[in-house]
Design a protein around this ligand. Structure first.
Ligand code: G3P
Length: 218
């Protein structure tokens, strides 16, 4: 499973990229607003840090303006992936951008039927929002599993499932068990995945016993 960092914070992106733990970045208008940075500038900086896809989202609601915005975003760097909303206008734009050979990420997916249309539009990625379904007492992990099953029923559906709105370590496990192709995860959650109390306890014991031997490797 590819791991993308879901953030527009460049310090965190540098840290995770240097650790070799991430395959790409996703942003959205809310994350750009949170960063306090200029959209085009911060996306350009991020695209220079990571080699993998950097999702940058259009903000227009109509296909024609989405396509004009996509031209501006795609010109930033070759690894820009154009993020589009899962609306009829967004799907039309996705089809046109796919025909031009651009990477696309169709976002705000909350149903299998929406994911089917994203695949028909040739999206590179579809982003089902797990946490936001859980927020309203629906089952985000079940949606991932159902989209996986639907896509696997048809050889012509090549869209990758990018599990999004993942807020917890359990969400990440859910995404992997559902067979998501990629998961986009906030940096703090990615770093938290390494933690286990028995790892810390075990390491304390090993270090204590090693010191008692009086030996040194170096
Ligand atoms: O990738 C989409 C994601 O950023 C949405 O997450 O936590 O705002 O539902 P959230």
């Amino acid at each position: 499973m590819k791991i993308f960092a879901d953030t527009a914070e460049v310090d965190a992106i540098r840290r995770l990229s240097e650790a070799g733990l991430i395959d790409g970045i996703t942003t959205n208008p809310s994350l750009i607003a949170k960063s306090g940075r200029n959209f085009l500038e911060v996306v350009a900086e991020i695209a220079g840090i990571v080699d993998g896809p950097v999702s940058a989202e259009v903000t227009a609601l109509d296909t024609d303006t989405m396509l004009k915005e996509a031209d501006v975003l795609a010109a930033i760097a070759p690894n820009i992936c154009i993020k589009l909303p899962l609306t009829m206008d967004g799907l039309r734009a996705c089809k046109a951008l796919t025909a031009k050979g651009l990477q696309t990420n169709v976002t705000l997916c909350f149903s299998v039927n929406q994911a089917i249309l994203a695949a028909k539009a040739g999206a590179t990625y579809v982003s089902p929002f797990v946490g936001r379904l859980d927020d309203i007492n629906l089952d985000g992990a079940a949606l991932l599993r159902d989209i996986r099953t639907a896509y696997d029923n048809y050889e012509t559906f090549n869209t990758q499932i990018l599990a999004a709105s993942l807020r917890t370590a359990n969400h990440v496990t859910d995404a992997a068990l559902a067979g998501a192709d990629a998961a986009t995860i906030p940096p703090a959650v990615i770093e938290g995945l390494s933690k286990h109390p028995l790892t810390d306890k075990g390491l304390d014991g090993f270090i204590k016993d090693w010191k008692a031997t009086g030996q040194s490797i170096l």
